[in-house]
Design a protein around this ligand. Structure first.
Ligand SMILES: Cc1cc2nc3c(=O)[nH]c(=O)nc-3n(C[C@H](O)[C@H](O)[C@H](O)COP(=O)(O)OP(=O)(O)OC[C@H]3O[C@@H](n4cnc5c(N)ncnc54)[C@H](O)[C@@H]3O)c2cc1C
Ligand code: FES
Length: 338
């Protein structure tokens, strides 16, 4: 049984099965509807259902208020079609030729970047280049329809191997496997490129970039691409982590500092061993201490959902227009068996 999903105002249509979210079905058809966390927490995929009925097999997502739901809004990353649907949602025009594809790949190299971050370098089949924008991510496809999202840390101009930074999640199905069992030359399948976290083409304002932990991965790709392209506006990059060992690529970033690029590492839980005399606390608060007025900036942020949520609220209060905050919220997958 499949349902027809019609998008308005573009009038594009695709089909969705009962076991997939409306967003998954759209991505499968190459329609890049707005999204980020895909876990029901960031609201990026909020859209109005103009006709038809959706359901949430795991209950109403916490981020969707009853009022929103009663007014016909849905979170497309969680909603399943119960009937044919008409949905008000605009597919994002991703510049370039990036087309969402499913591809086999080989783990060419595994390199421990820190105690709990693994650098994973993937080799893709050579018959057709894998086109993407710096900052986008891929889903590693596992068995039973499960998938795990990881940002691409290497920029398109250096993409012979796709670099991923995989943080170990205690008890995590996939990441524990990466740390405990995975061997170089292992075969995987991925889907991508996904997401809308990339440097906007018309970007001319000074930038604040902010990463929490492995949120550094997409920002690394964006920065390397921006430096190569001669991006002119000043960039202030804040990287937050618990201890200094968690700033696993700090030397690389420090080597980039210049008149146009400032780097501010921020530790939330420095230990005595860290011998840290730098900034401490929440990374988004460090930004606000330095820039209490944000109306003149564009902000690109990637990392844990709690950091993104706090950033959205507090940066807006500091004058950042909602549409000038670009983010990737590193939620974890809501697994499904199918
Ligand atoms: C767009 C996007 C990009 C991402 N990019 C990266 C990246 O570049 N590098 C990276 O390390 N991670 C990234 N993530 C997060 C990553 O996808 C998850 O950490 C990963 O899927 C965990 O897989 P797992 O099978 O090990 O854990 P699971 O088996 O899925 O999780 C087991 C349990 O651990 C907890 N858990 C899982 N993941 C997290 C988490 N991230 N934070 C807190 N608790 C968690 C949950 O309680 C969960 O039920 C990204 C996520 C998204 C949505
Ligand atoms: S809430 Fe759906 S993508 Fe984040």
């Amino acid at each position: 049984m499949t349902y027809k999903i019609n998008l308005q105002p573009s009038d594009e249509s695709f089909t969705a099965g009962p076991e997939e979210s409306v967003l998954e079905a759209a991505l499968r058809h190459g329609l890049n509807l707005p999204h980020s966390c895909r876990g029901g927490s960031c609201l990026s995929c909020r859209a109005r259902i103009l006709a038809g009925k959706v359901d949430y097999p795991r209950g109403l997502p916490a981020a969707l208020t009853e009022v929103d739901a009663s007014q016909g809004f849905a979170l497309l990353c969680q909603a399943r079609a119960m009937t044919d649907l008409q949905v008000e949602a605009r597919p994002m025009e991703v510049p370039g030729n990036a087309r969402i594809r499913r591809l086999p790949c080989r783990v060419q190299r595994l390199e421990r970047l820190s105690e709990d971050v693994m650098g994973m370098y993937l080799k893709l089949p050579g018959f057709e280049p894998f086109e993407y924008l710096a900052g986008q991510y891929v889903d590693i496809l596992l068995s039973n329809g499960r998938r795990r999202s990881f940002s691409i840390a290497s920029p398109p101009f250096d993409s012979e191997l796709l670099e991923l930074h995989v943080r170990r999640v205690a008890g995590g199905h996939f990441t524990e496997h990466v740390f405990e069992k995975m061997k170089e030359r292992a075969l995987l399948r991925l889907e991508g490129p996904l997401g809308q976290f990339y440097l906007r083409e018309d970007e001319q304002r000074p930038l604040i970039m902010m990463a929490g932990g492995t949120g550094y991965a997409p920002i690394k790709a964006i920065l390397r691409q921006a430096f190569k392209d001669g991006f002119a506006p000043p960039i202030h990059f804040y990287w937050g982590a618990r201890g200094s060992a968690d700033l696993y690529d700090r030397q690389t970033v420090e080597a980039w500092t210049s008149e146009r690029f400032a780097f501010v590492p921020v530790l939330s839980e420095p230990s005595a061993q860290d011998k840290w005399d730098g900034r401490t606390g929440f990374v988004h608060r460090a930004v606000l201490e330095d820039f209490p007025e944000l109306s003149g900036f564009d902000v690109y942020a990637a990392g844990p959902p709690a950091m993104i949520e706090a950033t959205r609220e507090e940066f807006r209060a500091a004058g950042l227009p909602v549409e000038r905050l670009f983010f990737d919220s590193f939620d974890y997958a809501a697994d499904r068996e199918d």
